[in-house]
Design a protein around this ligand. Structure first.
Ligand code: SF4
Length: 480
């Protein structure tokens, strides 16, 4: 539905509002370099990448590259290394490697029209418009996801795609804003009118904005539901990948007090602000030293007294363990190693298992312990769809299962089995062979508590309807 908003009022108000916000990275590069070539490179790098990461990649790259000739002197692997971890860095390295030759058609200079710019590798209309507007200071209608989204929220356009928005704005948006509106709305979209839960409560347009399609921001409190604490544990199989599959929306929808994640495969600084600072939660990360590997994180609405990484504070280069100490319980978030194909890491895993058991026993002497995570073991034949064919495979070897027996005999409780004794309930499915649809899975994600705290467990379940990873979350409702 198109609405009649006062665009002059909206854009001039926001121009003042964003004056103190971080400048979008492409504008920053423009003001630092005044060089259309560098603006073009920064614009290519910035797609699907947060601004801090793009800015750091530009700093590294521009130390080596001042001109297209310098870029031609780098091989593709050097470019990849310099720009990592921007999104799609391999594709972008290919585009940059091909750029000097493509520019030769334009006498080695960056062209200043959209029609010419789109002939360059990795340059679509959005990038081209931005280079024309920012790099050359010529009026252009640059529509990225923030512009497209916000213009639709205001009802100034009623479109499905950024391309359609660009067409409408070309006819409708007064030319005096063409040079500036993209920077204003990008900064505003990153800071206040965020894609998930926009901060309407702090927005100067709150009274006048039609807020089309915007979900009102919930007021969230910890320790709701009569002192019950809802926790979820979820192996997200890469937090950045999960983010592209609606991780933020899913977690806000689940609305748990504590969210423990495994296999995050990311350092917090690589995350978009809305993921790193998930609305209403405090976040703690323990990332692996090796890039893109392992890693755990906890988002919590309850303030912990103390947070430590590793088993009993020991070095944890693979980023597998976090302990959050609360007033009357410990939460230990664990990503157990996988025994690996050919069981090459079975010994390593069993050693890890033993250390966890000793650590859990030590903590349980002090106060309640909740252990959660991807244990990477299915305990009994009912915990996987094909026990016979997996007898000696990683995750179902006799040695791993024997450890789980000893863990439970030592006084820890598999909370899901307090409420459900049936088979067919799984938490992980291979991406292959349509396994999730056919429910050919494994139950390898757990919430366990020490025996003395069993009465505090009010509910334990598997949220197998939740998509976004090859694992689904498991849930525990615990008396606070
Ligand atoms: S009131 Fe809310 S939806 Fe409207 S522009 Fe402001 S933050 Fe965005």
């Amino acid at each position: 539905m198109q609405q009649d908003i006062d665009i002059d009022y909206f854009l001039t108000t926001l121009e003042k509002e964003v004056a103190d916000y971080n400048v979008p990275v492409v504008d920053l590069i423009k003001s630092q370099t005044r060089d259309p070539f560098k603006v073009l490179v920064a614009t290519i790098l910035s797609a699907r990448t947060k601004d801090e990461v793009t800015a750091a990649a530009c700093r590294r790259l521009f130390k080596r590259v001042d001109t297209p000739g310098d870029l031609a002197g780098l091989d593709i692997h050097e470019i990849e290394k310099l720009i990592y971890p921007v999104g799609f860095y391999r594709n972008k390295a290919r585009y940059l490697a091909a750029l000097p030759e493509a520019l030769e058609r334009f006498n080695g200079k960056v062209p200043d029209t959209v029609e010419e710019l789109v002939k360059l590798p990795g340059v679509g209309r959005k990038t081209a418009n931005l280079v024309v507007a920012v790099g050359f200071g010529k009026p252009a209608v640059c529509v990225d996801t923030h512009v497209h989204r916000i213009m639709n929220i205001w009802g100034y356009v009623n479109t499905r795609t950024p391309e359609q928005t660009e067409k409408v704005l070309r006819k409708k948006l007064p030319k005096k804003y063409w040079l500036t509106f993209n920077s204003i709305l990008v900064a505003f979209g990153q800071g206040t009118c965020r894609p998930v839960s926009p901060h309407c409560d702090k927005c100067p347009l709150d009274d006048r904005c039609p807020k089309l399609g915007v979900k009102p921001r919930k007021k969230r409190k910890a320790m709701k539901n009569n002192g019950l604490i809802r926790m979820i544990s979820w192996n997200v199989n890469g937090l950045r990948a999960a983010t592209s599959k609606s991780f933020v929306e899913t977690v806000l929808e689940i609305d748990a007090d504590i969210v423990a994640l495994q296999e995050t495969r990311v350092k917090p600084e690589q995350l978009d602000d809305e993921v790193r600072n998930l609305d209403g939660y405090e976040a703690f990360f323990n990332s692996a030293e090796k890039k893109g590997y392992s890693g755990v994180a906890v988002y919590t609405r309850l303030k912990p007294l103390k947070v430590t990484s590793g088993i009993d504070g020991a070095p944890d280069p693979e980023g597998r363990v976090q302990t959050l100490e609360f007033e009357d319980f410990f939460l230990v978030n664990i990503y157990f190693p996988n025994a690996g194909r050919g069981l090459v890491r079975l010994d390593y895993k069993l050693e890890f298992d033993e250390k966890i058991l000793e650590y859990a026993k030590k903590l349980a002497k002090e106060k309640s312990v909740v252990l959660c995570g991807d244990f990477n073991v299915a305990h009994k034949p009912i915990d996987l769809a094909n026990p016979d064919s997996n007898e000696n495979n990683a995750g179902f070897t006799p040695e791993e299962r024997a450890w789980m027996d000893r863990f439970l005999e030592a006084g820890f409780v598999d909370t899901f089995r307090m409420f459900n004794q049936e088979g067919g309930h799984y938490t992980w499915w291979s991406y292959r062979f349509n396994a999730r649809t056919r429910n050919v899975g494994w139950r390898i994600d757990y919430f366990c508590v020490d025996k003395k705290s069993k009465d505090r467990v009010k509910e334990a379940s598997i949220l197998d309807h939740v998509q976004g990873s090859d694992h689904c979350p498991v849930e525990l409702v615990f008396k606070g």
